[in-house]
Ligand binder design. Sequence first.
Ligand code: GDD
Ligand code: MG
Length: 398
Amino acid sequence: MRLETMRYTERFGSVRINDVQKVIELDSGRKEDTPAGEIIGVKKIDDEVVRGIEHRMAIVIPTRDEKLKLFEGVISGVPHDCLIIVVSNSQINRVDRFKMEADTLAQFCHFSQREALILHQKDPVIAEALGQAGYSDLLGEDELIRDGKSEGMMVGWLMAKLAKKDYVGFIDADNYFPGAVWEYAKCYAAGFSMATSPYAMVRILWRYKPKISGGIYFKKWGRASEVTNKCLNSLISSKTGFESEIIKTGNAGEHAMSMRLAEILPYASDFAVEPYELVSIFEGFGGVLPTANQTAAKHGIEIFQIETRNPHLHEEKGVQHVREVLLPGLSAIYYSPICEPETKKMIKDELVVQRVLKTNEKPPKPHLCLLPKKVAIKKFIELMGEHLAAYSATGEAE
Ligand code: GDD
Ligand code: MG
């Protein structure tokens, strides 16, 4: 594929945040047919390079009671070389939607001759392994994994680690366009191919997020994203003293991390997860608080923001749902020890304007899953190692 080259990078301590790079061409043709010499401003990433990274990458698909047709479309869009890991919190009583997802995935794997993993978020075996490894933050009072997309994502990347992958990407299950899913995975790989640090993250910006009301309107910004980006930029600006607009992917549900980075970040519950990834990177590596990890700081944390060609069309879940996405993300910024009074005020004002809070209310404290310790990850891998085959979609994983 061809992307715009990196033009501008903003630095915040040892964090390097690259400005948005647009996809120019989805498929850049055969290597041997490419004329020598590069076009200024254009980065060509060869197919073999992309595929090489895809082979080392798992795509985690968190899902909860999505339409089966959408789920089926999403799995069909994941490039063949990536390992699909479905983490489902779908209902199993009354109608067993989880079984329907597992059957769909197994049939897809059979026809496409590939392997995939699928697990239920309320699986007691995984919860027990997490508890024993010291990840009780992820568990609820019933000692099972808590509800939430973020909790599903965490289990997903731990399974990716178990499957010995070096990269993990996340793609929602309610996407209407398999082509968009395909492009996200390609962009993840393209981003990692440009990284100079092993601690890298790729966040997707959609070119358009169409809305249907009367006719179709190709809207660029989602309602929650605009506000979250503004507050994250305010957080950076207050620390550097220079007004910044660098963050354009604060809520990016579609994003990927090198395993080295995923392993050293704390996580916030539910929809706070994406903004909090950035907040925790700024806290740990922005140079304001003590450094969270010396090795990572030495290499630097590299963040790519890539704008895709496919529009993003997903399930419209209503205004109340937008509020449910917005509040935890802004709360995670609000309670950060690096969040100063101006940004706090901005957050409170926005939440009042969006009718999420009343004037005299404060945002609720976010639930954080503390930094996973190396030993905990090792222990989880040890405990789960013998169970891996049980999560194979076809029953054939090693
Ligand atoms: N495993 C699991 N567990 N998955 C879940 C859960 C859960 O408890 N809750 C939701 N999901 C799945 C959904 O089925 C979907 O595939 C994905 O997580 C995202 O949930 P949506 O409900 O579709 O969220 P959204 O579309 O409003 O928000 C998305 O975009 C935002 C940015 O605009 C999410 O990706 C957000 O995280 C993101 O901030
Ligand atoms: Mg959605």
